[in-house]
Ligand binder design. Sequence first.
Ligand code: CDV
Length: 310
Amino acid sequence: MSRVVRTAAAQMGPISRDETRASAAERMVALLDQAARQGANLVVFPELALTSFFPRWFMPDQADVDAFFETEMPNAATETLFARARALGIAFSFGYAEMCQHDGKLHRYNTAILVDGAGQIVDRYRKVHLPGHPEHEPWRPFQHLEKRYFDPSPFGFHAVDTLGGKIGQAICNDRRWPETYRELALAGAEMVLIGYNTPRHYPPAPKHDHLQDFHNHLSLQAGAYANGMWVIGVAKAGIEEGCDLIGGSAIVAPTGEIVVQAQTLGDEIIVADCDLDRCAEIRANIFDFAKHRRPEAYTRIAAKDAPAKG
Ligand code: CDV
């Protein structure tokens, strides 16, 4: 049986601070329709797809922060998106700021969900690697307060059975960490969906600004190749509230090759036929984990102590 997932990466252009969730969701429906016309079975949207990337603003009043969070999903703003995808039988994923209760406490996560073609949420991933800083740093041209506004996920990485294979998710900064892909590969993932919001300017190391697109593809391609899996990288791109976000959304094959890449910094669909059986090209050869992996030599990887300096 064929295990080809016709996958659309649905890059989104900027979302302004005053754009409503309903308007963002309408744009997502338009992209979904476009992907459906191209025969897609899966549509992948970016990180925090319903709102502007709000961690760029210091908001002393928690109520202003909480206004960017969703307490249920689907909700009034996204109901049409869920309904349209279900009518078309298309699976989709997107990121949003999630406020929820567990362990008797209130939590705020940077979350991505995967919804199957029947409209069921089959995976909910919370971002593990939260970049940035917890306190207001006025010297920066813009803030990156993910460490202040979100809890780091205690749930780790996982892969779910859907679309005829095993699919995993990660979010933005996670894609730079080799551990993300290896954990997902060990969980069996054959495809990883990764939305991102990446400013071109990185205030603590501005000399790397010209490398942002390179580092994006380097990470996605290395992760795909070293683990023999499909990686779908999807940007929110363009000038968002004065902040320049890179594009470069890409569908990367298990060989590490970019199969298709976005050409704009706006709302744009790119589509590729992702044959999950192609994972074996790498997994049955150079990265045959069972034959060649040496976990006994990797004990520092999961140790909690800080690594030796120098
Ligand atoms: N949304 C992100 O996680 N952005 C980070 C920035 C801060 C570097 C990223 O890794 O792209």
